[in-house]
Ligand binder design. Structure first.
Ligand SMILES: [Zn+2]
Length: 277
């Protein structure tokens, strides 16, 4: 929604340039980017640590002597594990989105119109589809792969991006019933701003880091246990174990902070989508 901000009409389209020049707006843009960068770095730490542990545990043929970070973390094989984990994160996020989209009460309007003779708050399926496409063109939002109505008493809308389908805009039926055409246009504009900003990219970040922490803890404990069998001396063993415990603790912190910072990222993204940036 974009109530409460200065809008300067510019022909058919609303001109947001005066808003975009403001310091508060610029600050929000940079804060959003800085928070995304922080999330990426924290995530990367969790990924690299898990990749190193996996490389040590599995890459060296499960031998006791592979205790400790004997290998450099920057080996190609470790980078391979990192790449594998990134793929796992993306695929599992996509899976979650697909599961959400298979909820009951979904009516596809585009590419195929399954709404039949039904209308939503006085609008027919094809009218909604052409409104979304027309606005996407005006805003330069890019291609909309799918438009869906969700039968829901809660007035809401959301956008996801799926491999294969592309951008999917979901409008809840109640939203179309309770809002005026102007309100519906504002909501669609907000969703299309998310599409244009490619906000889906950062949403992929949140999904797994906290779930990786138990794996990291398990592999670290395994490592310390194995190290007990091959240690050269107690001081070395205790020193190495403390390093591993510290690394695990930091991964726990990094994962927790990723979740917290990501919540801030989505708040900034909501402000920015409201300003149609
Ligand atoms: Zn939003």
């Amino acid at each position: 929604m974009n109530q409460g901000i200065d809008q300067h009409s510019h022909g058919d389209q609303v001109d947001f340039r005066p808003l975009h020049g403001r310091r508060l707006f610029q600050r929000t843009v940079w804060l959003c980017r800085a928070h995304i960068l922080a999330c990426v770095l924290l995530n990367l730490y969790v990924f690299v640590l898990l990749a190193c542990l996996l490389q040590d545990a599995l890459g060296n043929g499960l031998t006791l002597s592979s205790y400790g970070f004997s290998e450099s973390p920057l080996q190609w094989s470790t980078l391979g594990w990192v790449a594998g984990l990134v793929v796992l994160q993306v695929v599992s996020f996509q899976g979650l989105m697909i599961a959400t989209l298979q909820e009951d009460g979904q009516i596809t309007l585009f590419p195929e119109d399954e709404s039949g003779t039904r209308s939503f708050g006085g609008m027919r399926g094809e009218q909604i589809v052409s409104l979304v496409h027309e606005m996407a063109d005006q805003m330069g939002a890019g291609k909309i792969g799918k438009i869906v109505i969700l039968d829901s008493p809660c007035p809401n809308a959301q956008t996801v991006w799926l491999l294969g389908d592309g951008n999917i805009v979901t409008l809840h039926s109640n939203l179309l019933e309770v809002l005026s055409l102007e309100g519906i246009r504002s909501t669609i504009a907000h969703e299309l701003a998310h599409v244009r900003r490619k906000d889906f990219l950062s949403r992929h970040l949140l999904h797994l880091p906290t779930r990786f922490v138990p794996c990291i803890t398990f592999l670290a404990l395994l490592k310390i246990g194995a190290g007990l069998g091959v240690m050269a001396s107690w001081p070395t063993f205790i020193g190495q174990s403390l390093v591993i415990v510290l690394l695990v603790f930091l991964s726990w912190l990094a994962a927790t902070w990723t979740v917290k910072i990501n919540i801030r990222v989505s708040q900034y993204q909501e402000y920015l989508a409201d300003s149609l940036e």
